[in-house]
Design a protein around this ligand. Structure first.
Ligand code: ATP
Ligand code: FE
Length: 324
């Protein structure tokens, strides 16, 4: 079955196509340049831009997959969380497509999409497993006992991991998004040169905290440490913090498979650190860590049991995947 997935939750328009669980097209139109001069995402501009590009992206994704609209068997779109106006563009488009084609529609939780991206190359993996979602807006650790069941073990008390990368990058005069910029600069620096301490080192739970690292980074900039050393040492502290929490959760729960997703999952230092942890760690393939439509199609395909959702499914700015 061919499944199309659409994500317009924030500032990227994503359209992906999956055939029998395999990604065959993944088109993303980034709005980074559009919002850059405002220092953040402007919701109204984001919605307008989604409206303008979505049709063309769907056409390109179909042509990448070598199919026509009528070949689609299932239409999926992100229903939330995200910017409400932005979400409405993709969700309404998908519902209209489903209605016009007479095909079923599925509304997908954005975080569930991120999570399934880590399974894109591993169709054989089944729960139970741990899932770490580290993105621009979330740092959540879930225990997943069965498909569709998400138990929140812990989340960030303050900033999200990706947000911390973005803020520290800005402090260092680097571009947005900050994660890839810091990762690049870190290669020229010494990860032990700047004394960042690892957050919540002694906690018994599974929480995260990144705002202290951000404040510390500001202090180290003022003290005159070099930018590459700050980038490398900051990244080391973030990676150590994430690794400490997930390794302890794996030990406490007895689970040995870990899915890592969200933009921060693209970080090589994190990938290398977790690979040494003695767990089976699965990351999204390149291009599927940050927002995209293919992950939404993957989630819809994994959850498909022969029945679509009502077209009345609303877009929602806030909708939890699981209660803690
Ligand atoms: P959410 O899904 O929580 O609403 P989002 O969709 O905006 O947030 P993503 O697109 O998953 O977030 O990820 C974007 C974040 O990932 C940015 O904060 C970015 O800096 C970070 N990021 C991207 N690549 C890397 C990298 N190589 N290393 C570290 N962080 C990265
Ligand atoms: Fe996202």
């Amino acid at each position: 079955m061919w499944v199309i997935g659409i994500d317009t939750s924030c500032d990227d328009t994503g359209v992906g196509i999956v055939r029998d669980g395999k990604v065959v097209a993944n088109r993303v139109a980034s709005q980074t340049l559009l919002h850059q001069k405002f220092g953040g995402v402007v919701p109204e501009l984001a919605s307008r831009e989604h409206t303008q590009v979505i049709d063309g992206l769907v056409e390109r994704a179909l042509s990448d997959a070598g199919i026509r609209l009528s070949d689609l068997g299932l239409i999926a779109a992100t229903r939330g969380p995200g910017l409400i106006g932005a979400l409405l563009v993709g969700l309404s488009y998908a519902k209209g497509l489903a209605l016009a084609l007479g095909k079923p529609f599925v509304g997908v939780h954005h975080l569930e999409g991120h999570l399934y991206a880590a399974l894109a190359d591993h169709p054989e993996v089944e729960p139970p497993f741990l899932a770490l979602l580290a993105s621009g807006g979330h740092t959540h650790l879930f225990q997943v006992p069965a498909w569709g069941h998400y138990e929140l073990l812990g989340a960030t008390r303050d900033d999200a991991a990706g947000e911390a990368f973005d803020k520290v990058a800005r402090m260092l005069g680097l571009g947005y998004p900050g994660g890839p910029e810091i990762e690049k600069l870190a290669r020229e620096g010494d990860p032990k040169a700047v004394p960042f301490s690892v957050p919540l080192y002694d906690q018994v739970g599974y929480e995260f905290s990144f705002s202290g690292l951000k404040t510390a980074a500001q202090r180290f900039v003022e003290k005159g440490y070099t930018k590459p050393d700050i980038a490398a040492s900051f990244q080391r502290a973030v990676v150590d913090h994430l690794a400490n929490v997930v390794i302890r959760a794996a030990r406490d729960t007895g689970l040995s498979t870990l899915l890592v997703s969200g933009g921060v999952a693209a970080n090589r230092a994190l990938q290398e650190r977790l690979a040494e942890a003695g767990l089976r760690v699965l990351f999204p393939p390149p291009g599927l860590s940050t927002d995209n439509g293919a992950m939404i199609a993957l989630a819809a395909w994994r959850r498909w049991r022969g029945e679509g959702d009502s077209l009345a499914v609303p877009a929602a700015a806030y909708v939890p995947l699981a209660q803690g």
